[in-house]
Design a binder for this molecule. Structure first.
Ligand SMILES: [Zn+2]
Ligand SMILES: [Zn+2]
Length: 308
């Protein structure tokens, strides 16, 4: 009976001891490492990497793999909320994190484990799926020197563009996809969009002009149009009569201005013709009267000779 009591108390003692160990380890997993789990959860989701912990039997338990939570119990137990998870996932998506790739950085995992002084949580130092707390900035710093100048030069991409107007220069912003550097190139001013706004037609003697205005900024300039000059034509201003001369003058068909040049139009019967007729009449008259006189004298002479 006493032996049985001793055996029972021994069994109870063992059970208490085992229970105590279970409590210690669970406290270590779910309370001592809460900070580690929370930190690694954030980092692993942001970087698309993995985080693992060791279970009681020494087997590795992944709770984040390739940025995706595979064991919510551990994550929730560490006090991580769905809201936080959603926020980290959104940030990771915004940064273009590929959740399929895992980034190996065992040193960070080891140091975070040391700081929590945990014997149950270990990183697998030689595994490809080791956890990572690499941030995007340190990743850039460690990888940048491996790019050649040609690769960096080829990685510039246009990320923003503001077109120029005629008054303000636009710009193009480039971002380097490897180094995350940005640079801006200013664009030349755009040409004015001139349209004809006003036109003053030229006259024979005065210049005209065309005013052009930019439809965008209102800038204006004038362009002169030379005077056309007179368009002279010969115009009969006085018709010729039978005895009187006519007149032809050079006159501008547009404005009526006279150049001063004239042509005289001859009368239908000119002075010389009149003179010729008068002369003819005189000759005929004189001829006729001399003939008559001569004839009278001859008749007289015939009568006198008859008398004698
Ligand atoms: Zn303009
Ligand atoms: Zn004219």
């Amino acid at each position: 009976m006493v032996k049985n009591i001793n055996k029972l108390s021994l069994k109870a003692g063992y059970m208490l001891l085992i229970l105590f160990f279970i409590m210690i380890t669970s406290v270590k997993i779910f309370s001592l490492d809460k900070l580690t789990v929370r930190t690694l959860t954030e980092v692993c989701i942001l970087n698309g990497s993995s985080a693992s912990t060791y279970g009681e039997d020494g087997s590795e338990i992944f709770y984040i793999k390739d940025g995706v939570i595979v064991n919510y119990d551990i994550v929730y137990a560490a006090g991580v909320t769905d809201e936080q998870i959603a926020q980290w996932q959104a940030e990771a998506a915004a940064n273009g994190v590929n959740t399929q790739s895992s980034i190996s950085n065992s040193d960070t995992q080891a140091s975070s484990d040391d700081s929590n002084n945990s014997g149950t949580t270990n990183s697998s130092n030689n595994s490809n799926s080791s956890s990572s707390s690499t941030t995007s900035s340190s990743q850039t710093q460690t990888e940048a020197p491996t790019y050649t100048d040609e690769e960096i030069e080829a990685a510039w991409q246009e990320t923003d563009r503001v077109e120029s107007t005629c008054t303000e220069a636009g710009y193009v912003e480039y971002t380097n996809s490897l180094t995350n550097e940005t640079k801006t190139e200013e664009l030349e001013l755009a040409k004015h969009q001139y349209e004809e706004a006003e036109r003053i037609e030229p006259t024979c003697t005065e210049d005209g002009s065309v005013t052009y205005t930019c439809s965008v900024c209102g800038d204006t300039y004038d362009e002169a149009i030379s005077a056309t000059g007179h368009s002279y034509e010969w115009v009969t201003t006085k018709e010729a009569g039978i005895f009187t001369n006519g007149l032809e003058e050079e006159i501008c068909s547009v404005c009526g201005e006279k150049s001063g040049a004239t042509h005289t139009l001859s009368a239908k019967i000119t002075n010389s013709v009149v003179l010729l007729i008068i002369c003819g009449i005189i000759i005929v008259t004189v001829g006729a009267s001399s003939f008559i006189l001569l004839h009278k004298r001859q008749a007289k002479n015939v009568q006198q000779s008859k008398k004698s």
